[in-house]
Design a protein around this ligand. Structure first.
Ligand code: SF4
Length: 697
């Protein structure tokens, strides 16, 4: 791959110009492609911020494909944070590039194992519930029909959304898989996908699978020349890399999940007349009388112990507000009782495993029930593993490099209780796995740099490495004309939110948003930081907007895909959303002409992992606010801001109803991280007129 190859494709008059409809030459795209190819050739780590509209996916896919052509044995992996982008790369961008380059490359889409249907488990489910499987309307019958037509067996491709309850019983599962002995091995969706991945020179996957793979390599001491969860690979491109820390944290967190243990107990014991348990199925083949009864008693003890643990955790959380709680050293005394319960649980689990293995060892299980036997073993092992996760949690005073926290959701009957142990920093794990183990790593996103030479983002993910490995950092600004096409309004008299949602503050938000939405005639995305505030504002405005035929779409009332589709097709609709909608909403054209940022997206200080990280920085003498809270919120603000202009012709307004952006020094710093737009001074009374003038005059 030479520089000239990149020019031949991206330059004016090049292949993209000749063959891609609507292609516009963008210097930033060409430069990014050159940098990616340099990273490949020089074995570098590269951090590239590519502003919206640069065309970053082509800028990394082309060098990856050219490299694959010259070095077929050196596989590349592209990892995205979202399944949407993963699919877009695989189904659209790669296909377009094949036709433009007039070459075909071996590319595979790889998802986590649990996304694939297991044909053997499906058949077992059908055998268990033949009547339901024959009822054409049932979820199971639809799944069976689809399994006969599907090429991939991917859950996301099934015409209906399969419930978690059913999917967990029929999805591919490494510990339950009988591999080459499986009757369905040749048709197996999961193995077909892994075979393709093994043969491919480019693999498209997601962050979760990438980090699972990295974790497995660390645990088992495997290099990237060997197969782990992914096949051997040498080069990595991480898109949506601003999410690396969050996604890696999720992955490296050890969780005790009470509900999952109850589910496994239910699977072993059965659920009344509704579903036979594994023990009941296997009991007739046992040799020792009473052994199943003993296992059932052991399960009862485990369940009772879970009840005591739940009572303890509820009591502990009772005194706190919110659903999550950070456990600190001074709680050690209070947690002694939980330590004892955890020990008791471990003892019960050991007993359960012993009894189950003993029963199955002596039993003569027929061949056709071998998978049920395996499932019973795996279920008991998983219960025992959960008790180990709790044991790790109760050892909370042993390390300051980990964060110990509790989460409780829902009320009686629907309660979900978790304890978590999360890494205080993911930097070291990422350094030891992907950053030092691979020949080249390119990280890219529309938001990585805050005008600080990537200092914040790098520090969160463990970069740069201590050795002298080449670390390239580059920013390619968006080609969009923000100065002329984006009006930024930041009313300086907007009241400040003060810990509690006050009547006065809420009234201000409701009235200002109402005026702004009438001025824009809908076509707006409202980004909130709290679901409670979103609900209050939505409730107050729904009837008032209806009078003007403005359709209000609210996150949580429909699924994300449906909301975005309705929003994109109804020009006058408005969408109220929080969290995940700050990124990934792509509504080009006039359908989105106003983005309202209700409050600056600072993470709530009660978020346990965040708080622990902030406090750790404070302890080291660095300000947790300036080193973490502020840059993180700025990154998110930049994402929210980036929702508005999606192509060269787009124009519109971003309205920020948080006066800290103009009245506080740190707020002005946040604004400086955004693309330079038209930003006149304003107060609330001038907002509606300015919106109307900008859009309609
Ligand atoms: S090989 Fe494993 S995953 Fe595939 S169908 Fe058989 S049991 Fe299921």
């Amino acid at each position: 791959m030479d520089k000239s190859d990149i020019y031949d494709i991206f330059d004016e008059g090049g292949l993209l110009d000749q063959h891609l409809e609507g292609y516009e030459f963008r210097e930033g795209q060409l430069e990014m492609a050159l940098t990616v190819s340099r990273a490949y050739k020089e074995g570098a780590i590269a951090a590239i911020e590519a502003g919206t509209g640069i065309g970053k996916s082509f800028a990394y896919l082309v060098p990856a494909l050219l490299w694959a052509q010259d070095n077929p044995s050196h596989k590349s992996v592209v990892a995205t944070a979202t399944i949407n982008l993963q699919r877009q790369l695989f189904e659209k961008d790669i296909e377009q590039l094949f036709s433009i380059l007039n070459r075909h490359f071996n590319v595979a889409l790889v998802m986590g194992r649990g996304n694939y249907l297991c044909l053997r488990r499906l058949q077992e489910k059908v055998a268990e519930e033949p009547l339901i499987a024959r009822d054409g309307e049932s979820e199971l019958a639809i799944l069976v029909k689809w399994s006969q037509e599907s090429e991939t067996g991917l859950r996301s491709e099934c015409p209906i959304w399969i419930s978690e309850e059913l999917w967990s019983q029929v999805c591919s599962d490494g510990e339950l898989c009988s591999g080459y002995q499986c009757h369905y091995n040749k048709e197996c969706f999961f193995f077909k996908s892994r075979k393709k991945a093994g043969e491919a020179s480019l693999i498209i996957t997601n962050h979760h699978l990438l980090f699972s793979d990295a974790h497995a390599r660390l645990e088992e001491g495997l290099s990237y020349n060997e197969e782990a969860i992914l096949p051997p690979f040498h080069h990595l491109i991480i898109d949506e890399a601003h999410n690396i820390e969050r996604n890696a944290t999720d992955f490296f967190t050890v969780t005790y999940n009470e509900r999952e243990i109850y589910r496994l107990i239910g699977r072993l014991k059965g659920q009344g007349s509704r579903r036979k348990g594994l023990l009941e199925i296997l009991e007739p083949y046992g040799k020792t009388e009473g052994s199943v009864a003993q296992i059932e008693s052991a399960l009862t003890l485990v369940a009772e112990c879970l009840g005591y643990i739940e009572t303890f955790l509820l009591g502990f959380m009772g005194a706190t507000k919110g659903s999550s709680f950070l456990v600190e050293s001074h709680h050690e005394e209070e947690f002694k009782a939980l330590g004892e319960l955890s020990q008791t649980l471990s003892g019960y689990c050991d007993n359960l495993v012993g009894l189950t293995l003993n029963f199955l060892e002596k039993a003569s299980i027929p061949e056709e029930l071998a998978s049920r036997e395996r499932e019973a073993i795996v279920a008991t092992m998983r219960i025992a593993a959960s008790s180990q996760a709790l044991a790790k949690f109760v050892a909370f005073d042993r390390s300051r490099e980990e964060v110990f926290w509790i989460e409780i959701f829902g009320g009686e009957g629907k309660r979900r209780i978790y304890t978590h142990v999360s890494p205080l920093s993911v930097g070291e794990a990422l350094q030891n796995s992907i950053f030092s183990g691979l020949a080249s790593v390119v990280c890219t996103s529309a938001t990585l740099d805050l005008g600080d030479d990537f200092a914040y983002w790098s520090s969160r993910v463990g970069l740069p490495l201590a050795n002298s490995r080449l670390f390239i950092k580059e920013v390619h600004n968006s080609p969009f004309d923000f100065r002329n096409n984006l009006l930024l309004l930041t009313p300086s008299d907007a009241p400040l939110f003060k810990e509690q949602l006050t009547e006065e503050y809420l009234t201000y938000i409701i009235e200002t948003v109402h005026e702004a939405l009438l001025a824009s005639n809908g076509g707006a995305l409202l980004l909130f930081t709290s679901y409670k505030m979103l609900e209050e504002v939505a409730q107050a405005l729904r009837p008032r907007l209806e009078k003007f035929s403005i359709n209000l779409l609210v996150q949580g009332e429909k699924d994300r895909y449906q909301l975005l589709r309705e929003f994109a097709t109804d020009e006058n609709s408005v969408l109220f959303a929080t969290d995940s909608f700050w990124e990934g909403v792509d509504a080009p054209g006039t359908t989105l002409r106003l983005v309202v940022i209700v409050k600056l997206p600072f993470r709530v200080p009660t978020d346990p992992v965040f708080r622990a990280r902030q406090e750790a920085l404070d302890r080291k003498g660095r300000s947790g606010f300036f080193s973490l809270a502020l840059p993180e919120a700025t990154m998110k603000l930049k994402q929210g801001f980036g929702r508005l202009l999606r192509n060269t012709l787009d124009s519109g307004i971003v309205l920020i109803l948080d006066s800290r952006v103009v009245n506080k020094q740190y707020g002005r710093w946040m604004l400086r991280a955004l693309p330079d737009s038209f930003h006149p001074e304003t107060t609330t009374s001038g907002v509606a007129q300015k919106i109307e003038d900008f859009l309609y005059k």
